[in-house]
Ligand binder design. Sequence first.
Ligand SMILES: [Zn+2]
Length: 393
Amino acid sequence: MLTCDSCYRGAALAEGRQARQSISAEGAPGSRQQPLDPNDPQSETTVIPGNPVGSNDSGAEPDKKWEHAGMLRRTFLRAAACLSAVSTLAVNQSRAAENPAAETKAIPAIPGPDQNTKTPVFKVPAGTVDTHTHIFGPAAEYPFSPTRPYTPPDAPLPMFRALHEKIGVHRAVIVNATLHGFDNRVVTDAIAQSGGNYKGIANINNGMSDADLAALEKAGIRGCRFAFLKRLGGVGDMNVFKRLVDRAAAIGWHVDVYLEPGSIREFIPILKALPTTYVIDHMGTIAAAKGLDDPEFKALLDLQKNDEKCWVKITGLERASASGAPFHDSVPFAKSLIDNAPDRVIWGTDWPHPNVKIMPNDGDLVDLIPLYAPEPAIQQKLLVDNPVRLFKF
Ligand SMILES: [Zn+2]
């Protein structure tokens, strides 16, 4: 399942509608015709944003360092599963244009966040940065993509500020959401009004010029996000990803990587070959139920320990949890990752929590921090010093 935070189908359409439609015709039959399950734990996952089936680098020789033979290729093919999802959505959009009711039916509504945020017992240190957040709309001002995978209630800037006021956080990184796609204005406008307290992560594609990327950098964007989804099958072009990452690296950005659960080991060669810092979202989408000895989790720890480019987001404890609120079963995983590389971990809420099984209360999430990071010196790194360094506050 696709969804939340990073893929964008609207711009993808503008970029390569014809190509997508032809690919759609041969793959993933009907898979996007069904409403997404907002309770699907994987449904925050998205695709390589803008991975341009219609504007790719086909024909170019791949760089040697990207040629990790079969495994790498296979992984990219799987990652590019998203492409057929994108293409199918393109067809959906086309059908919706013929029959407006069809579009409404195909896009599920999801609930908004718990607005009764508890006042946490734990007081975060001054300068704490919430490094994984989204702003949704308002749709009247920042229209949602017609090909969005879900429709949330607006979660606009004033609500965003109220959340952070309640939990005592004043700095944040806004990750552009799927439904805003390659239109990054909802992020850059919030940054512009923040007095230096917000930075952002953009969705980019090869349709963007160097000047476009430079403008994003100037507006406070510090990285771009890629999500990988192998569920739907399909064929993609690894050169597209390579080219976007190289362009991101050239302007000093890091890349944000959202992996499908269970795919860490396959991605290790790709991640190690990246020419820039990368941040693994949501603790690698591990499942607490699998235990600390899960080979996937061990592989993540090993990667984090041995690759200086690897950072991990201590987010998504509610997604990893099997026991439910207040998600204590995820705490040992967060603690292991923090202890493993205390200078390369960052924290975030993931507000407004799209497509979660259990809607967390952000006050509860803040109160998990002293459980996985009991020492003030480590809290200072996790919450303040590390994100300040990574996002150049
Ligand atoms: Zn998110």
